[in-house]
Design a protein around this ligand. Sequence first.
Ligand code: ATP
Length: 196
Amino acid sequence: MIKVGLTGNIGSGKTTVCRVFEMLDIPVYYADAEARKFLNSPGVTGQLQILFGKNILDAEGKPDRKKIAGIVFRDKERLKQLNDIIHPLVRQGFESWLQMHSSSPYALQEAAILFETGHYRHFDKTILVTAPKQVRIERICRRDGVSVRDVEERMQNQSDQSALEKLADFTIHNDGRLLVIPQILRIHEQLAGTIS
Ligand code: ATP
C-alpha cells in the first residue's frame, strides 16, 4: 500500500481535490478532522489541562478550540507541546485506518501541515495543492464568511508555496484557470500504476 500525503496552504483546495480522489475510489484520511476528534477524547482533555490550565475547558467540559488556537498561534513552544500530544495519536489512527483499506493501490492523508513538521517522511509520495494567494483569500472569505483581514491573519505562519513545491513529488495547480481533474487523473494513473 502506497501512503500519500496531500497538503497545501489555506484555501488551496486540498479538500476539494481529495473529494475527486474519493470519486476515483481512493480512500482519504482527513488528519485535521481526526486531530479535532482526538482533542475531545477523555485522555487528551487531562493532558490539555496540564498544558494550558483548567480554564481551557468550555462550559461543557470540552477543550475550547478557539482558546487553544489563540494560545498556540502566538507561542511556538506551546504549539509543539500540543502537537506532541496529538500527532502521535493521528499517526496511530492513520495506521489502523490503513489496514481497513489494504485492497486499495494507495491511500491519501490530507493534512494542513506536512513538510513543516517533517511528517512528510512517513509517506511514500507527497502531493501539494497550490493556488495564488489572492485566489485563496477570496475562496476562504466566500466559504467561511470572514474578512480578508481574518484570512490574512490565518495565513501569517504559512510556508511559502514555492518552497513547498520543491519538496513535493507532485503539484496540483488549482488556480481556477488550469483544469484540475486532468492533473488529478495523471497523478492517479502514476500512483495506481495504470499508465496506459
Ligand atoms: P482549508 O485550508 O481551509 O482546509 P482547503 O485547502 O481544504 O481549505 P477547500 O475547502 O477545498 O480548501 O476549498 C476552499 C473553497 O474554495 C471551497 O469553498 C471550495 O469549494 C472552493 N474551491 C476550491 N477549488 C476551487 C476551484 N478550482 N474553483 C472554484 N472554487 C474552488
